[in-house]
Design a protein around this ligand. Sequence first.
Ligand code: GLC
Length: 562
Amino acid sequence: MASSVSLNHPWWHSAVIYQIYPRSFASTDGPIGTIRGITSKLEYLHELGVDAIWISPFYPSPQNDAGYDVANYHDIDPRFGTLCDADEMIARAHDLGLKVIIDLVPNHTSDEHEWFQAALEAGPGSPERNRYWFRDGDEIPNDWRSVFGGPAWTRVSDRADAVGSSWENDRQWYLNLFDSSQPDLNWENPEVRDYFDSILRFWLDRGVDGFRVDVAHGLVKDPQLPNFSGDVSMVHGGTQRPPMFDQEGVHEIFRRWNAVLGEYEGDRILVAEAWVDPPSRLTRYVREDEMHQAFNFTFLATPWNAGALRSTIDESLRVFGDVGRPATWVLSNHDVVRHASRLGLSVTGKGPNGIFASDEQPDAELGLQRAKAATQLMLALPGSAYLYQGEELGLPEHTTLPNEVREDPAFFRTAGAEAGRDGCRVPLPWSSEAPAYGFSPSGETWLPQPPKWRELAVDRQEDDPASTLQFYRRLIALRTEWNLGEGSFRFIEAPEHVVAGISSTDRGEFLIVTSVDGQWILPNGWTIAAQSSDTISRDGRTVIGSDTTVWATRSDWLRSDA
Ligand code: GLC
């Protein structure tokens, strides 16, 4: 197993990448975060020690899916700012040594995109409609379900804007794997391919270092459109693959984009958002001439169980190693329950799609303790790690949001059966005594912040050595100093309830232990350098308790700078 130690790898091989969800990161204005807000906090991220930021969509959008419904790929939504603000933000990030990855949404456009508006106007059989998946029929074309709930097809005449329009009696259907305001693009059409080449170039010319590719596994559909009503939230390669996901044809597109990136200087990257399992299936997205990274959602979905963690880590390192790419690791993002809450539920794993006040409430203390242990384990592993804004503050999911304030289309399309993702998207607390805890000067926030977040605000944590923020800063600094991201990791013998391994890097050997459920005595000859919870001293030995990760150095290891 394991990646080899090399100092010559490009930055992304071992980068810690911080996800910014712009609506909720920092505002210099009203209730929605701004690009200038991001710029104003770059120093904070630099101090946190991350190598790169990934920014969720900031393009003009009706915001029906929080910006994942793009109306214009070549501009910035005025709610967030201007192209000029984006240029300044990119330049400032680069000054600080931070790489900038932006979100590319190629599976669908917004229905407000000029192409879709033209398609509605032009009518059935037109070249404009051939940029999307329009189909005739008295009956719905097939039984596909939208990922957000409900059917994946919308009849043109059923649209709210059909009344009094030229498409008032238009009986065609169009495909929307997500919301009905997110029509799927037809990637069989060369025009769509050319268009996205030019979008890539537009942003590469502005200096971005890469793209996180939304729904990368969805671009190509089986043109026969056969029925498929199974679960599509995670596509399992072993069983019958759904006709709308993980089709062979997607890879040709990524090879083409890889070539576009290759025209540019610097190490620019493509990162796949592909909910595909097992990891060996996922690594097909990162073959040498395709993308560079893919989110390891199998790791995110692994239950808090030592055996399961060992096996996911082992398999991930092996299969990514097989294609010569670094593994990636992630525990939270804007689509899942925050891991400080997910790991405090009685059943751990991928978790529910949001939590209502009437659902089982996470054990906050246990959740945070496990989250810190999981993060410390993740940050020890070779490869690249993704953090989601606010996890460095130990933010929990907002589990008691009133339904009136929810915005996630998944809540509406399931008729309220699923809470959806708003609970992990609440605006960050920066300053405990300021209105909106410093999120916006106006004191407004697009979602309410729980009152408890006052204690979790950045200014409360900054100088407190026991805070989660300081914990993250220490870990990232040590990871960098020890070069753990470039290490080679091997498991060592340990009891069933423990994940234990040694990471060898050009700086030495480091012991990584996560005790999931029970105690373990730190082996002789090692000294703890970082721990996610207190350890116990007993008869001259160090006892690691449940839900705790430690990093240790050989007791005779000397820092070269000591
Ligand atoms: C991805 C995004 C998610 C979005 C969906 C549709 O899964 O991460 O937030 O709703 O794609 O674009």
